[in-house]
Design a protein around this ligand. Sequence first.
Ligand code: GLC
Length: 433
Amino acid sequence: MKRIFVTLLTLLSVVGASAQWYQPSEENLKTREEFSNDRFGIFIHWGIYSMFAQGEWYLQNAGLDRDEYAKAADGFYPHRFNADEWVSAIKASGAKYICITSRHHDSFSMWDTEASDFNIVDATPFKRDILKELSEACQKQGIALHLYYSHADWSRDDYPQGRTGYWVKGRDRSKTSYESYFNFMNQQITELLTNYGPIRCIWFDGWWDHEEDKTPFDWRFDEQYAMIHKLQPACLVANNHHVTPFEGEDVQIFERDLPGENIHGLSGQEISQLPLETCQTMNGMWGYKIVDQDYKSTETLIRYLVSTAAKGANLLLNVGPQPNGELPAVAVERMKEMGEWLAVNGETVYGTKAGDLKQQVWGCTTRKDDRLFVHIFELDQDVLYLPLECKVTSAKVFADGKPVKFKQVTGGVLLEVGKVADTVDYIVELRTR
Ligand code: GLC
């Protein structure tokens, strides 16, 4: 009996050890840290779907014929696209990185890929490799570039049908071959990591198309992730699969929710030790949607960014460029205003860690070493009680350095801040030990 037990234990430890194959490289760990310090990035969803102005899911949601949809490429001429202007507008927001859709679920590639003609150079009259232009502008202006890449595909014959893309017409499903599709993806990813300079992250999306419990499916991520880590060891692998990270991933993503929350139904998964990122829309849609002009206010966006940092996560805030290649004016305005706020208050966001307290009705907290930033969005009483475990040694208003009276009490501290209203974020800086 004892022998069986020992054998079992040995077996278990072998299985356990083999499940732990991923050892992030030094460069990778360095990027993780850099990434976490950034706290703010801009997401760009752009492709031929912008021409239909119905969001990036139009092909599937409208049940279109893939060949009819593909004809849009021949009319795609985004003559106002200017990579330098995009990068400047994005930098003005205070964001430290850009993540752009290199290829979304519709299968259209936004770079000069050899793996398929359905791309911006071969299939459009525009013929410009916008990814090349953008990567050069990013390098020139010093901002990191991340690439969104879809695992799911609604147009290709070889992609195994998942739970979306069902209504798309014109696909020859007898030609399904994951081997062929896997090679296609890897060829594309190799191009992306070879010809476009340093790519700081590959941001996958679409695993959920073959959710494990419904249709068991082997994506062979281990091989793909290893390939990425070999091609650019500093590049992070992120996957928007809505579950806890798989081995080989370097970032944990949350879609439309702060880590630990689940208002939109795609999150709520356990929080890992990896760097965290929440992606969110500025209006309601990722790709350009003409009827959706419901942009969140600058105040809401700033508070969302601060609340994300308070959870120890980055915010990846989305903008959907227009079919003419311009970023929507409202988005540019929002970014400018966020940047103005960050230029003054960025110290309480960049390079911070999660604060000591959970999100509170009045606001939240972020921490940098012995400094605890108390972000008060609204307070309708004069005294704020903070249930802190640490001791407070000083308190001042972040904006002007004016001292704030405080009193250490059992289980926390009382701050005499006075009522807070009509301000985006009233920040009190505490020194603690
Ligand atoms: C979802 C959608 C996709 C979007 C992504 C952004 O997974 O399928 O359209 O790109 O979220 O987070």
